[in-house]
Write a protein that binds this ligand. Sequence first.
Ligand code: FES
Length: 261
Amino acid sequence: MADKKKTMAVIKSQENITKDIFSMWLEFEKESNVVENAIPGQFISMYSSDGSRLLPRPISICEIDKNSGSLRVVYRVVGKGTDEFSKMKKGEKIPVVGPLGNGFSLKGGKAVLIGGGIGIPPMLELAKTLNSKENVSVVLGYRDNDLFLKNEFEPYANVYVSTEDGSVGTKGNVIDAIKENVLEADVIYSCGPIPMLRGVKAYAQEKNIEAQISMEEKMACGIGACLGCVCKSKEIDDHSKVHNKRICKDGPIFNAEDIEI
Ligand code: FES
């Protein structure tokens, strides 16, 4: 169960940035330490005010502003819980638990950040933290020319785009864009749909590059209660000969070679 207390966050802004994707800034009381302790790659669990939906929604942190004590989440409306969040207005309060999960472990050298679809938002705080046009490239995978958040990456990194329909950047997927632009990396950080992460893992293995991948897409309750997020890890348990990890507790960031996807 959750080992952190719920805290009330106040909505500072809510914006429908494109289609079904919303951006929300949440302000926290200083004593909660939620913002103080947050690092890129972590998430928060947001609770519905409707008591019939008790499980929270885990949402990745898109930006951390320690000065104003605020966090930004950019989320897609995928069900009743997120639909309820999207209808909330500035000044309303949301119960939140966080920050949760392990976050990315930052390394030196050349970094390639890869985000696909709704896996793009968590890469923004990471790009801001690394903040090096010299060493950091960001590859963003979209379906079409609806390039949400892309411009916000520009100040911090070199940005490349792949689109499935070929309307912008490289036609194809994020790995096609890495190859086309001959991007070099000492470490890869990635978040996105499982097929994309599979591609990232294979590419990193082939090139012998460390890849940290965020498995947040597979989370449900986010607080260790539902076991809906279990994934297979490489480590073999002595008794069962398998070893499972809970993504919300042991992750959501894993070294790609440590888990089976
Ligand atoms: Fe429910 Fe991990 S998401 S236990």
